[in-house]
Design a protein. Structure first.
Length: 238
């Protein structure tokens, strides 16, 4: 149909563009990997197309501007490049455009995780934010990264040019380029959750109360018990 033709056309155009821009580098030795955002034209076709196929409906777009809830990144890497074990909070569809990559997978510790676990970045700010949300999500393991032994029996799959891979949010994965000139694009979806849906509905309900529409002022520096009393009083008035 028309949407399929448009999607394939945009994908072919982007593949050709990537090849012409990266070809001088991807075959050189010791060139660092790099990634960059795909053009909006491709995102506006491919992201809504996948969301529609999944039956996402309103969950596939942001409220207000209606922009698709997702993005596309392009990854370029040479032979031997490794992305260490981590999880994502998006649902991902990877298209291998050229070269080959080997992916390894293990079950993640949280079902429907809110944020990723990215121990390969080794930044304190990542650790603090991610672990706070991780520990409140009833994880099967409280570790930021399991020991190497945990990954010994990981499932493994190798993508070649033309391969497409779906990997869900929350799953541990490890990626290694096994050839030079490895180019792939990743479609990451961040569809609205049931928590978003219910939370937004409750906010609309709360806005009908003049008491709850008032600015939340005067709580700084007060004892916790007094703050709790203020909140309870506001709740009664609403």
């Amino acid at each position: 149909d028309h949407k399929t033709v448009e999607t394939l056309t945009q994908l072919r155009l982007w593949t050709a563009w990537v090849w012409t821009r990266t070809l001088p580098w991807v075959w050189q030795e010791q060139v660092p990997p790099f990634y960059f955002r795909a053009p909006e034209e491709l995102e506006n076709v491919l992201v809504p197309g996948i969301c529609d196929a999944l039956g996402a409906g309103f969950a596939g777009v942001y409220p207000g501007d209606g922009k698709p809830r997702g993005e596309i990144e392009t990854f370029v890497a040479g032979k031997g490049h490794v992305t260490g074990w981590h999880t994502d909070f998006q649902h991902n569809f990877t298209f291998q455009l050229s070269g080959s990559k080997t992916w390894r997978f293990k079950q993640g510790p949280v079902e429907n995780n809110v944020r990723a676990l990215t121990p390969h970045y080794k930044q304190r700010s990542n650790y603090e934010q991610q672990m706070k949300l991780h520990l409140m999500s009833q994880p099967s393991s409280s570790e930021f990264r399991p020991p190497d032994q945990f990954f010994k029996d990981a499932e493994e799959v190798t993508l070649h040019a033309g391969s497409v891979l779906y990997h869900p949010a929350g799953i541990w994965h490890h990626v290694q380029s096994v050839t030079d000139g490895s180019i792939s694009i990743n479609v990451s979806l961040t569809c609205a959750t049931w928590a978003d849906f219910v939370g937004d509905a409750l906010r609309q309900l709360f806005w009908s109360s003049s008491s709850l529409r008032a600015p939340a002022l005067g709580m700084v520096g007060l004892p916790q018990a007094q703050v709790r009393a203020m909140v309870e009083d506001r709740d009664r008035k609403s």
